[in-house]
Design a protein around this ligand. Structure first.
Ligand code: SAH
Ligand code: SF4
Ligand code: F3S
Length: 445
């Protein structure tokens, strides 16, 4: 996923290219805010900027190679314009910042996600003639992490991290190494940010955390868990919808399921990454649940939350995944009937536990398994969406459909994209849409 934050020009200007997850989208907003505060202005394109910042992702090798290819495209600008500087932020900065700054890519600085507060001073240092790296763990960024901000890149939905980091150490995953240990924001800080966003006209809060179930937010009355946080957020005037990601299947509680079912603003949408349908692979992945327990969790979610959408993530080709293991994943996709699934081929990440296991599955075999799985999930998604034809669903209108004037696009409470005639409605409004047709990805009303 790549998002370009389009920025206007000024005295010294910057442009941020964003890769990776919503956490990075939020961090791009934070960086843009800090740059503005320090007197930099937004450029209209990477070519027009004096400072080009890559906000990067390390989750899979292809996420990194996309950044490296793009970096190579901009290095020539440095030859023509000596004032043009390039920096790497985000997860690649944490993982490889020192190496990248010393590489042939002509990168001038690297700042890791926990060190965003020092971005402007790092840039000043570069203008004083020194390459600069700030990727150490010893920076105390609690103040910056808890600082309040209003989304500047979206006027309808705002991402709010409720926690950062991850303590789960799934064997394949680089996130605990690049994002550090779990730290929750205080209940007050999240609530205050929600209120600020509501006052700025934001309608939907999208709460972020690698595992929101382990949220523990301090407040004067003690400690709030994630369900308590949802209960408080549900009372914020002006906010119409609340959703969140991600719930780790090992930690999702009955209390949380009941809160999603009972709180009217909390959308009926649960992202529950399964990763594999084979108990053997799940154990190797250090996921700490079995297929049977996952199945019970999904049953309980569907029993308690009416019209809930359940989505998942799957990895195929984990080292030592056999044809039989893969078949169990395929069976799981066919019978658990997820609304959608994000499916990935395993990518070896140096430093993770799985990296020590020899990879016996060829890239061709991995892509074959991935295509078979995608095809199976596409037919499940198409079947589920077809069952919505004839129903009337609540949609939050987000934007005009550029392809067809007069039409709006928005998401249902289950996070499905819907396209429908505006009939006088404007982005930001909640409308009722009668679904006339559907495919695996979109509902048409
Ligand atoms: N914290 C979230 C997800 C973080 S990364 C969670 O636990 O669900 C998003 C997804 O990327 C993961 O769910 C996983 O499916 C995938 N992923 C992570 N590391 C990967 C790797 N090394 N190779 C392939 N996919 C990976
Ligand atoms: Fe990675 Fe597992 Fe943490 Fe998710 S829970 S971020 S997959 S280590
Ligand atoms: Fe990627 Fe870092 Fe997010 S590795 S998925 S940008 S936490």
């Amino acid at each position: 996923m790549i998002r370009l934050l389009s920025l206007k020009s000024g005295l010294r200007s910057y442009y941020i290219l964003t890769y990776g997850c919503q956490m990075n989208v939020y961090d791009t907003d934070r960086m843009a805010g800090l740059m503005e505060k320090s007197g930099y202005s937004q450029a209209g394109s990477p070519e027009d900027a004096d400072i080009l910042i890559f906000n990067t992702c390390s989750v899979r090798e292809n996420a990194e190679s996309r950044v490296l290819n793009k970096l190579a495209q901009y290095v020539h600008i440095k030859e023509k314009n000596k004032n043009f500087i390039i920096g790497v932020c985000g997860c690649m900065a944490k993982k490889d910042g020192r190496r990248l700054v010393g590489s042939g890519f002509s990168i001038d600085f690297a700042v890791s996600p926990d060190n965003i507060a020092v971005l402007p001073s790092v840039i000043e240092e570069v203008y004083r003639g020194r390459k600069a790296v700030s990727v150490s763990d010893d920076t105390d960024d609690a103040g910056e992490f808890n600082a309040l901000r209003v989304s500047s890149s979206d006027s309808i939905r705002s991402y709010i991290p409720v926690m950062k980091g991850c303590d789960n150490y799934c064997s394949y995953c680089v996130v605990p190494y690049v994002r550090g240990r779990e730290v929750s924001r205080s209940l007050e800080s999240v609530l205050a940010e929600a209120r600020m966003n509501a006052e700025a006209g934001i309608k939907e809060l999208f709460l972020l955390g690698q595992n929101v179930n382990s949220y523990r937010g301090g407040h004067p009355g003690g400690e709030a868990d994630f369900s308590d946080l949802l209960r408080h957020l549900n009372e914020v005037p002006g906010i119409e919808r609340i959703r969140f990601t991600t719930s780790h299947p090992k930690d999702i509680s009955l209390k949380l399921i009941e809160h999603v079912a009972g709180l009217e603003k909390v959308c009926e949408y649960i992202h529950l990454p399964l990763q594999s349908g084979s108990d053997r692979i799940l154990a190797l992945m250090n996921r700490k649940y079995s297929m049977a327990r996952f199945r019970e969790t999904v049953e309980s979610i569907r029993e308690k939350i009416n019209d809930v959408a359940v989505t998942t993530d799957i990895i195929v080709g984990y080292p030592s995944e056999t044809e039989d293991d893969f078949r169990l994943t395929l069976d799981a996709i066919r019978d658990l009937m997820f609304d959608t699934a994000y499916m990935f081929a395993y990518s070896k990440r140096e430093g993770t536990a799985a990296a020590a296991t020899p990879e016996l599955i060829s890239p061709a075999e991995k892509s074959k398994r991935l295509s078979v799985l995608i095809e199976a999930q596409n037919s499940v998604s198409a079947m589920i969406n077809a069952s919505l034809v004839g129903k009337t669903l609540e949609v939050l209108a987000e934007r005009e459909n550029v392809k067809t004037p007069g039409q709006l696009m928005g998401r249902t409470r289950g996070n499905k994209m819907a396209v429908f005639p505006a009939c006088g409605a404007v982005p930001g409004e909640i409308v009722r849409v009668a679904v006339k047709s559907a495919n695996q990805a979109t509902l048409y009303g």
